[in-house]
Structure formats: structure tokens, C-alpha cells
Design a protein around this ligand. Structure first.
Ligand code: SAM
Ligand code: DTB
Ligand code: SF4
Length: 338
């Protein structure tokens, strides 16, 4: 969706906007379901990158210690527990700049994915930068979706990260899509960006062909020791407006109300679900930061008469509309035509 259209939508009177997003939501997602996703940090801390929001960067003193890659048995048992708890998606995150075929750690990840993918859940990984070979090998091992967030607008990105570029992020996304994996890509609100940056981010996400299968909307968890530890809290109505615009711009995507739910009241979360969010991270820990307790989430979903989404282990990427086109949003951003 073009920037001007997103801008018009975003600035509609609040109730007009959420009425419109509710209409789109009901026509694409009539089941009143929320997908429960369990997140596990399989390799925590010690990352070479300087993302200024992240507690796992080795460049900041955040109190997060650098661990080794978790063993396969532990990961598989955590995945089994997640499935027993009702999660239909298991997302494994690693604090790496990226992965390279032929390295021992990448072989280990492939082996982990092979086992986890036998459990009947969607398997998502987020390992940083990929090339075409790594993407193909992950797909063959059983990954259904690759998470790689663009995080903010191309204009704001270099104020937040200097060790890799927005363009690098887009290249990895292209490789994941070309290998036939679904893409999970979204961003973070609260990085000191403007509303215009948020809408530029959405313009680019909605210009992906195929569309991302899921779009995480994170609110910054201000992590002590990071440059953004003192960043201003995201206003709840700004968050709801972004969720509504995302639902309208990418109607077939799961819109994941991601990091930051510990700061939201039950009522605020209900408004987010009403406006179009239909997925959450489930479990009392994200990667290093806190998430609401499982019991609280269960109670909330029951109170709102929302049920857990049934699994779709095939998770076909959304249809591609014909040959890859150069979306105007991507001209100069490098995401559609290289
Ligand atoms: N290293 C890989 C990468 O950067 O893609 C995977 C892990 S990284 C932690 C995954 C995503 O978590 C980031 O792209 C960002 O959107 C989100 N994230 C990290 N720290 C966050 C924070 N403090 N608050 C909100 N979201 C955060
Ligand atoms: C996403 O968009 N959010 C998740 C997941 N994808 C990997 C990560 C949130 C991390 C929050 C900060 C932390 O736990 O350190
Ligand atoms: Fe590393 Fe990912 Fe954190 Fe950036 S967001 S510092 S790449 S773990």
C-alpha cells in the first residue's frame, strides 16, 4: 500500500480507522482465533552487532551473558512443552549477525530444525543474515518461516544500527522468500522514530511480493545498558493505529502483538486484538525480556472469547501475484529488484 494511502488511513478519526480494520479482519480471519507462538532463545548474548535496542549486543553492558548454542535435547523438550501448552508455532532465536553454510554451528541448527519440525508445529527461526544456500538448507531441514524484521524505516535504520544496513536486511528476506520459506517480518515502535517512519516501514512490508506471512509489531522493551534504555514509552493508541493499518495493508498476514505486552493492560490488549492482532508470543519470557505469564494470557483469551489457532504445518507462503514486480515503495530500497 502506498505511503499516501497509509498516511490517510493512519490519520482517520480513531473509531473510523478501527471500524475499517475490524471489517478487513473479519473478512479474512472470521474465526476469533489468536495464534500462540512460543519463543526460545537458543543462543543468547555476545552478538557482534550494535542494534541500539538489543540487550544481546556484546557492545553494551546489559547484564546478559553470552551463552553457547543450547543442546538439541533441551530445545526439543522445550518445543514439546510448548506444543503441550497449546502453541502452534515454535520460534527459535539466535544472537548472531548471521549464519554460513559449512560451519559447525549452522550444521547444528539444521539438525535441531530437523527434529523440531517432526513435532507438527510451525517452525520459525531467526538467525540473522542468510544467503541463498543457507535459506535453501533451512527450508529443506523443515523451517516453515524465517523471521527477519526490517524494524523501522530505511531512513531511520542507520540511526539505530550501524554494523549492517537496511539493504542487508532486505537481501536476506529475498533469499528466504526465494527458497520458499514464509517470511515473518515487522518492526519495533519506540526507537525514536516518527509516525512517518512507521508508515514507511509498513509501506515496504506491504510491498513485499509475496506478502509477509506474519508481521510482528514489537513495542520497545527498554533494556538497561542499551543506548535506548531511556526511550519514551509508545502510546497505546499509536500502537493500536499501527496494528489497524497493518491489518488493512496486509490483510492475509498474522499480525503479532509482540514485545511490550507486559506494559499493556488487559483492555489495551483487547483493543489490539479488536483492531486486527491475531497472534502473540506465549510464555513468560521473550528472548531475554519478560512476557506476561501463561496463566494470565489464558485467562485473557477466555475472557475475550478468543480461542487458540489450529496449526498449519504446511504454512504455504501467500500467493505471489505474478512475476516479481518493482513496488514503488521499494525503488531505491532494493527489496524487489536488484
Ligand atoms: N539476531 C537476529 C536478528 O537480529 O534478526 C535474531 C534475533 S533479534 C533479537 C530479533 C528481533 O527482536 C529484532 O529484529 C527486534 O525486532 C526484536 N527485539 C530485539 N530487542 C528488542 C527490544 N528490546 N524490544 C523490542 N523488540 C526487540
Ligand atoms: C520479534 O519480532 N520479536 C521477538 C521475535 N521476533 C524474535 C523478539 C522480541 C525480543 C524482545 C527483547 C528480548 O527478549 O530481549
Ligand atoms: Fe544481534 Fe539480532 Fe540483537 Fe542485533 S537484534 S544485536 S543482530 S541479536
Amino acid at each position: 500500500m502506498e505511503y499516501q494511502a497509509l498516511h490517510r488511513l493512519y490519520h482517520l478519526p480513531f473509531f473510523e480507522l478501527i471500524q475499517e480494520s475490524r471489517r478487513v479482519h473479519e473478512s479474512h480471519w472470521p474465526e476469533n482465533e489468536v495464534q500462540l507462538c512460543t519463543l526460545l532463545s537458543i543462543k543468547t548474548g555476545g552478538c557482534s552487532e550494535d542494534c541500539s535496542y538489543c540487550a544481546q549486543s556484546a557492545r553494551y553492558t546489559t547484564g546478559v551473558k553470552a551463552d553457547r548454542l543450547m543442546g538439541k535435547e533441551e530445545i526439543v523438550s522445550r518445543a514439546e512443552a510448548a506444543r503441550a501448552n497449546g502453541s502452534t508455532r515454535f520460534c527459535m532465536g539466535a544472537a548472531w549477525r548471521g549464519v554460513r553454510a559449512g560451519t559447525e554451528r549452522f550444521e547444528k541448527v539444521l539438525d535441531i530444525v530437523k527434529d523440531v519440525s517432526q513435532l507438527g508445529m510451525e517452525v520459525c527461526v531467526t538467525l540473522g543474515e542468510l544467503g541463498p544456500d543457507e535459506a535453501r538448507m533451512l527450508k529443506e531441514a523443515g523451517v516453515t518461516a524465517y523471521n527477519h524484521n526490517i524494524d523501522t524505516s530505511p531512513e531511520h535504520y542507520s540511526k539505530i544500527v550501524t554494523t549492517h544496513t537496511f539493504q542487508d536486511r532486505l537481501k536476506t528476506i529475498r533469499c528466504a522468500q526465494d527458497a520458499g520459506m514464509s517470511v515473518c517480518s515487522g518492526g519495533i515502535l519506540g526507537l525514536g522514530e516518527t509516525v512517518e517512519d512507521r508508515l514507511r516501514m509498513l509501506e515496504i512490508l506491504s510491498g513485499f511480493n509475496p506478502h509477509p506471512e506474519s508481521v510482528p509489531i514489537n513495542s520497545l522493551m527498554p533494556m538497561p545498558g542499551t543506548p535506548l534504555e531511556g526511550a519514551e514509552v509508545v502510546d497505546v493508541f499509536d500502537l493500536v493505529r499501527m496494528i489497524a493499518c497493518t491489518r488493512i495493508a496486509i490483510p492475509g498476514a498474522k499480525v503479532r502483538l509482540s514485545a511490550g505486552r507486559t506494559r499493556l493492560s488487559k483492555e489495551a490488549q483487547a483493543l489490539c486484538f479488536f483492531a486486527g492482532a491475531n497472534s502473540i508470543f506465549y510464555g513468560d519470557r521473550l528472548l531475554t525480556a519478560a512476557n506476561p505469564a501463561v496463566a494470565a494470557d489464558r485467562a485473557l483469551l477466555a475472557e475475550l472469547n478468543l480461542s487458540a489457532q489450529v496449526p498449519d504445518p504446511m504454512l504455504a507462503p501467500p500467493d505471489k501475484d505474478g512475476e516479481r514486480e518493482l513496488s514503488p515503495a521499494c525503488v531505491g530500497a532494493g527489496c524487489c529488484g536488484d
